[in-house]
Design a protein around this ligand. Structure first.
Ligand SMILES: [Ca+2]
Ligand SMILES: [Ca+2]
Ligand SMILES: [Ca+2]
Ligand SMILES: [Ca+2]
Length: 282
């Protein structure tokens, strides 16, 4: 056994044929081009003379290990710019312009030649694409191809597939979740925008007039609403519960004194910046 580089054990068997002796080198262990691409070893031939007079000759054997496509491409994903990527999740705001990179994808392959030529793509019909980075081979920006809307889709599951050009080709896939985060892009909405109610006079103070309900499709504080009466004069006669939108009459109304009141209630969300809508009641 001849110990070659990297603890590779090569086995040399000498065969005698007439006068010539042939040494055949066998490989006993696994050869891996990705670990050691050139193996060099000396093979020594000694005659069988008396130990004090042994003559020998040695030859340097260089073995160039040729490549086999035994490595699938590897895929690495990182955050980019302000977009953080952690535990397979990339978080992006719904107001990003089209074409914004949401992750940096890098592919590599330990083989050589065609066995290491990797193409990669986004699998399935999702609203993201890979754009090759000009400065480095195997580097891609995963970017949006359309506007996002948190109110419509909150998560995208994206599968990135990398295939080498070996024969047969090997492939790898890596999934990531793109999580869309909310921005305050919707104003509250009263439907209908005007309400007319009949209310009997001689009411008691604090009697309920009506419930006003506005909706806001945003989430969290972006969709959390506060109601208020705008008109200063109306504020003396009517009040609205800031949280529920319930409108009450603060005073006793007298039809013979006045039969019609018009005032507006605003609903504002708590987002930054705030968005407001008005509803006018008669
Ligand atoms: Ca290989
Ligand atoms: Ca490969
Ligand atoms: Ca909102
Ligand atoms: Ca929103």
């Amino acid at each position: 056994c001849v110990h070659g580089p990297n603890n590779l054990c090569l086995f040399v068997l000498f065969k005698r044929k007439n006068k010539a002796v042939t040494g055949i080198i066998y490989v006993k262990g696994l050869v891996d081009r990705e670990e050691e691409r050139i193996l060099k070893l000396f093979v020594v031939a000694r005659d069988r003379g008396p130990s004090s007079r042994i003559k020998s000759s040695k030859v340097l054997v260089t073995i160039n290990v040729t490549d086999q496509n035994d490595n699938a491409p590897s895929i690495n994903i990182q955050g980019i710019g302000l977009v953080k990527y952690q535990d397979g999740v990339s978080k992006i705001s719904e107001d990003l312009p089209v074409g914004t990179p949401v992750a940096l994808v890098q592919v590599s392959d330990r083989d050589e030649g065609e066995n290491a030529v990797v193409t990669c793509a986004v699998d399935g019909d999702v609203l993201f694409q890979l754009q090759p980075a000009s400065d480095q081979k195997g580097k891609y920006f995963l970017q949006t191809t359309t506007l996002l809307d948190y109110e419509s889709v909150k998560n995208y599951s994206i599968e990135i597939v990398a295939v080498d050009s070996g024969s047969p080709a090997l492939s790898s896939t890596l999934s990531l979740i793109v999580q869309v985060t909310d921005v305050n892009d919707n104003a509250p909405n009263f439907s209908p925008a005007t309400i007319e109610v009949d209310f009997p006079e001689n009411n008691y103070r604090g009697q309920k007039l009506l419930d006003l309900v506005a909706t806001d499709p945003d989430s969290g504080i972006n969709g959390q609403l506060v109601y208020s009466i705008i008109d200063r004069f109306a504020k003396r006669l009517f009040e609205v519960d800031a949280n529920t939108g319930e409108v009450r009459v603060r005073t006793v109304l007298d039809r013979e004194e006045r039969e019609r009141y018009v005032f507006c209630v605003a609903a504002a969300d708590m987002g930054v910046p705030r968005k407001t809508v008005m509803n006018c009641s008669f």
